[in-house]
Write a protein that binds this ligand. Structure first.
Ligand code: DWN
Ligand code: SAH
Ligand code: ZN
Length: 406
């Protein structure tokens, strides 16, 4: 197996078996059969990039019916408003600035840029969510970003000051084409800013459900710096972010264009001290994950046997890995409630648990709720205080299986 970044040798370290497309929620009349692939992860012996061993064709994941909406979390809406404000104040201050967002989804970030009257473009292959962005006044180009698309955008709009991507670059195996495209599109002093789940947090918290079809790469400063250099870019800034269970925002500039900030060397040193990308560290992570699976399954089977009422909260893409890897079906979790219209009334991929509207949660409250959207725990627990007041108990499985009751 070859590294998708440098063709180096991949060392596999964790295997989650047969998995479905994580956001392919099954509609009642769907003809089937569902698409499955082998979910396993490895680390490159040469450039240290952690990545999936098998790639799911992009059209199977990102299409008109892609259900995920960035605006589904109040914390994320606030986060992206802050991102936009900061880009406006720091990078978009010249005459007639231009920003391109890759994977703009429903326009949660670019909405603020559009309202400020600044030139922008969202590139979004998933037509349904892209139309939601357009309805908010965001300018959208439907399609996958890659080298050819970049040339088209440059011809139409001219060079960009910033290319921004949140939770999107890690979704794209064909990074060579992406970085060539960014190089085409950015003006000489421009920057690529991207934020994605951080390998350091995934390992520290054993948050194995960050691993699913859409998440192809698991970035850290060490591997991103190596990846950037292959394309004439330099990693000039990193910033840890609390969202989605721990992310890092990376800033890349052309080599020599900006002086790297002190945070880069600090994070690189931290990763080295933790031996973050060494096979022994990653194998230890895999062992903790297997132990967590066993205790989660034992807990849910015990609750079923004693007749407790259980439901799931948040039909996340991440939950596909948990549910299918642990073999959790409707016998252990009879339904999951979720605010996303395109998921409701459907079944979770592979595990076939019905997804219901949020009102189903309190009607009546279950005894236990498995928090599949654990990355939004603070936001969800703050709005669902009545659940615990009514005697309900949350089940979390990150960083290990634990209960949060009254
Ligand atoms: O990287 C990705 C991230 C940004 O979003 C994509 N590959 C796909 C998606 O992953 P996810 O589905 O695991 O993301 P979230 O943000 O953890 O999904 C939360 C889910 O929970 C959504 O379906 C909405 C739902 N939800 C809810 O029902 N009530 C969320 C909140 C905050 C709530 O209060
Ligand atoms: N940026 C949003 C959405 C993340 S979900 C957020 O952080 O909440 C990932 C998004 O990337 C999806 O909307 C998907 O359609 C899009 N995507 C996938 N491949 C892409 C590509 N090659 N170019 C642009 N967008 C892409
Ligand atoms: Zn490599």
């Amino acid at each position: 197996m070859e590294c998708r970044i440098c063709s180096g040798r991949l060392r596999p370290f964790a295997d989650f078996g047969r998995q479905p497309v994580s956001d392919a929620f099954v509609a009642p009349g769907d003809p089937g059969p569902e698409f499955f692939f082998h979910l396993a992860v490895g680390v490159c012996a040469d450039c240290s990039m952690v990545q999936l061993l098998e790639e799911v064709p992009r059209e199977k994941m990102f299409h008109d019916g892609y259900p995920y909406l960035s605006s589904g979390s109040a914390v994320m809406r606030e986060h992206f408003a802050g991102v936009a404000e900061r880009l406006l104040a720091t990078e978009l201050t010249g005459p007639d600035p231009f920003v391109v967002e890759l994977g703009c989804n429903d326009g949660t970030m670019l909405k603020t840029i559009a309202e400020a009257g600044v030139r922008h473009l969202g590139v979004e292959p998933s037509g349904g969510v892209g139309r939601r962005a357009a309805a908010r006044g965001v300018r959208v180009r439907e399609g996958f970003f890659e080298a050819a698309a970049a040339a088209g955008i440059l011809a139409e709009d001219g060079p960009a000051d910033v290319v921004y991507a949140a939770n999107t670059l890690c979704h794209i195996p064909y990074m060579d084409s992406i970085l060539r495209g960014v190089d085409t599109l950015l003006r000489p002093g421009g920057v690529l800013v991207f934020e994605d789940p951080y390998l350091g947090d995934i390992v520290a918290r054993a948050s194995f459900d960050q691993i699913y079809d859409e998440h192809f790469y698991f970035f850290c400063a060490t591997s991103v710096r190596a990846m950037a250099r292959r394309h004439g870019f330099e990693l000039v800034d990193v910033e840890r972010l609390p969202v989605h269970g721990g992310e890092v925002r990376y800033t890349l500039a052309r080599q020599g264009a900006r002086t790297p900030g002190p945070a880069v060397a600090r994070l690189l040193a931290e990763e080295e001290a933790a031996r973050l990308t060494e096979p022994a560290t990653l194998r230890a992570f895999a062992s903790r994950v297997a132990a967590n699976r066993d205790s989660l399954v034992a807990l849910l089977e015990g609750l079923r046997d004693e007749g407790a009422r259980v439901c799931g909260y948040g039909a996340t893409a991440k939950s596909a890995t948990v549910l299918n890897y642990c073999g959790i079906g409707p016998d252990l979790v009879p339904f999951i409630c979720d605010t996303t219209p395109a998921k409701q009334g459907r079944l979770t991929p592979g595990s076939h648990i019905p997804v219901r509207e949020p009102g189903a949660f309190a009607d009546p409250y279950p005894d236990y709720a498995l928090l599949l959207a654990w990355n939004h725990a603070e936001e969800i627990m703050a709005k669902e205080t009545a659940f615990r007041e009514a005697g309900g108990t949350w089940i979390l499985y990150v960083p290990e299986v634990h209960l949060m009751g009254a």
